[in-house]
Design a protein around this ligand. Structure first.
Ligand code: FES
Length: 102
């Protein structure tokens, strides 16, 4: 038996959506709080039918969320040139970094 692997890729378009190819599954997930009020779990929701290639909204203004409907062009989405590749903990000022609980 041979399994065929499909290459999945996500491309960030300039001032536009995330372009996804390779048919990865897409489901809505909601972060939910436990009995102690901690948001540590995700609740799986709706599964979306997706074509082999699709565009995910990055501007937050699509009327067909989570998919891009082209609205970004009307609101002039201007994304940052480049995100930092440094780990998040190293981007925070020293005083806000808490020690790990172990
Ligand atoms: S990125 Fe296209 S509508 Fe949001």
């Amino acid at each position: 038996m041979s399994a065929t692997k499909t290459q999945v890729s996500v491309t960030v378009s300039k001032d536009g959506p995330y372009v996804v190819s390779g048919s990865p599954p897409l489901t809505k997930q909601t972060i939910v709080a436990n009995a102690d009020g901690e948001s540590l779990q995700r609740q799986e929701g709706k599964a979306y039918d997706t074509p082999a290639r699709y565009a995910l909204c990055r501007c937050g203004h699509s009327h067909k969320a989570p998919f891009c409907d082209g609205t970004h062009a009307q609101i002039s989405l201007t994304a940052p040139k480049r995100q930092s590749a440094r780990p998040i903990l190293r981007r925070q000022p020293y005083s806000t970094v808490r020690p790990l609980p172990f």
